[in-house]
Design a binder for this molecule. Sequence first.
Ligand SMILES: [Zn+2]
Length: 114
Amino acid sequence: MKLIKYMFFSLLTGILGKALTIFFDKNVILIADREDVYMDEPLDINTLKPDTYDNAMDLRGTPTHVCVCGCNVWHLKVMFEESQISQYFLDMECASCGSLATAPTPVDDRNELD
Ligand SMILES: [Zn+2]
């Protein structure tokens, strides 16, 4: 009887082991802390600035939509007329790393910006 139990247990662990091997070959399991996944409350817009300017660069010259760090949110100064942006300065600062860049204008070819 012990031999049958041993064979059954070996067969079961073999099947389970094979299933687990296939599962882990196809999938990746990530374990994250709840604090890393959920925000308690939305961030204030004034917190959209780099903690340090150590990695900031001066990229001004060629108009761009995206910073070299991958961020596409910029700080720049604008003027409004009739509820629309009427003018803006061309110097802008990346909200993530603080690099300076040149804002695109309507006359810039969109194909050259990407
Ligand atoms: Zn950046």
